[in-house]
Design a binder for this molecule. Structure first.
Ligand code: COA
Length: 243
């Protein structure tokens, strides 16, 4: 896909899409244009039957240093801003993609940068990564899902202390807490993410999407309802295999 300025979208023959945040001069800060372009890219990935796995990565020396601070306070109307967010739930689109997503994270993963990685299914980080949610120290709260995804990923008390303090943690601590699945040297980050993605392209797309739905939707259900959901999804899979 061409025509993007703040991101790059590349699909290879195996169906792996590499989506690269591409504002390296500002550490891939997420501005309004990047939000719009990410929206189009996530939709394109979701709707392309040949696109199997998404890798989200950052160009330059950081994954992303979060929302673009230079745009803070520039919104003409808060009502309009809230309406736009509601109509275009970018982070909901990412977390509900029915295909696997892998975040390949390095350098800084702060604010929305950290939150974007938490909205992906798998996270591999290079040893130099710092993860943090500094929004409260700026008078905001995380609003790319971080107050919900972080306590669902690491112990809630630790998540709360990260959100209240804004203090970042390093990659090894993130691994110890279960925030990332793998930590690798910086020069192996891309190959590690690629290898993971290629493995996933060998799996049945329907099995992957069903497993993802069972886990993510199940987190919001009682055990009984979650088991019922799992049973329904397993039934659909069995039926599709017997056709
Ligand atoms: N929004 C807009 N610009 C940002 C940015 C952000 N979130 N984060 C970094 N930048 C810009 C800097 O202004 C700087 O631009 P300049 O070269 O024109 O001055 C450039 O990116 C490089 O950042 P710099 O601060 O010089 O790099 P550093 O290595 O010294 O520090 C950070 C890196 C990540 C610690 C620091 O940039 C930082 O604290 N950024 C803000 C992080 C943040 O609060 N994010 C959450 C927003 S809710």
């Amino acid at each position: 896909m061409n025509g993007f300025e703040t991101i790059a979208y590349e699909k290879d023959d195996s169906g792996v899409v590499r989506l690269t945040l591409q504002r390296p001069d500002v550490l891939n800060a997420v501005n309004l244009q990047m939000r719009d372009e990410l929206w189009s890219a996530f939709e394109a990935f979701r709707d392309d039957p040949d696109a199997r796995v998404l890798i989200l990565r950052g160009a330059g020396r950081a994954f992303s240093a979060g929302a673009d601070i230079s745009e803070f306070g520039t919104t003409p109307s808060y009502v309009e801003a809230r309406r736009a967010r509601h109509e275009r739930d970018l982070w909901g689109l990412l977390v509900h993609l029915p295909k696997p997503t892998v975040a390949a994270v390095h350098g800084h993963a702060l604010g929305a940068g950290c939150e974007m990685s938490l909205l992906c299914d798998l996270r591999v980080a290079s040893e130099d990564t710092q993860f943090g949610l500094p929004e409260v120290s700026l008078g905001y709260i995380p609003s790319a899902g971080g107050t919900q995804t972080l306590p669902r990923t690491i112990p809630p008390g630790v998540a709360l202390s990260m959100i209240l303090s804004g203090d970042p943690i390093d990659a090894n601590e993130a691994y110890r807490l279960g925030l990332v699945h793998r930590v690798v040297p910086r020069d192996q980050l891309d190959s590690a993410a690629d290898a993971w993605a290629r493995t996933l392209t060998q799996r049945s797309p329907l099995a992957l999407s069903s497993a993802k739905e069972a886990v993510l939707r199940g987190l919001d259900l009682s055990l009984a309802d979650g088991l019922a959901l799992e049973g329904r999804l397993a039934g659909i899979l069995l039926e599709s295999r017997s056709r």
